[in-house]
Design a protein around this ligand. Structure first.
Ligand SMILES: [Mg+2]
Length: 127
């Protein structure tokens, strides 16, 4: 299915499984990475339509992975959405300031996620 390939970069197995199960059920193609380095490499290989990026990852963090995606010709135009638990509004603003195209809050809502992803795909790169 074209236009629905989602790269999920998430190091927590439970969160990864949740996102995979929900998105697969709703007809998305899910590609997975558990570190920022792997995610950046995989993005270059599979050409995702959207990246869902955990911010706290082993090795490089989500902000650095985003920077690398933006720096590479092949992935610079892919929308990237931060997925994180926001303790404060400050953190949300920081995520947007890093240049993410949006954010999804943890805990992830199984009910809301499919529509959130549809909306992000529709919006594309906004930042
Ligand atoms: Mg994490």
């Amino acid at each position: 299915m074209s236009g629905r390939r989602i790269l999920v970069i998430e190091d927590n197995p439970k969160n990864l499984k949740l996102v995979r199960d929900v998105l697969t059920h709703f007809g998305f193609e899910v590609v997975e990475a558990t570190s920022g380095e792997d995610g950046v490499r995989l993005a270059g290989q599979v050409g995702p339509d959207l990246v869902l990026m955990d911010l706290q990852l082993p090795g490089i963090d989500g902000a650095e992975a985003l920077r690398r995606l933006r720096a590479a010709e092949g992935t610079r135009s892919v929308p990237v959405v931060a997925v994180t638990a926001f303790a404060m509004d400050d953190d949300r603003e920081r995520a947007l300031a890093h240049g993410f195209d949006g954010y999804v809050e943890k805990p992830i809502s199984v009910r809301a996620l499919p529509q959130q992803v549809e909306d992000f795909l529709k919006l594309g790169r906004v930042r």
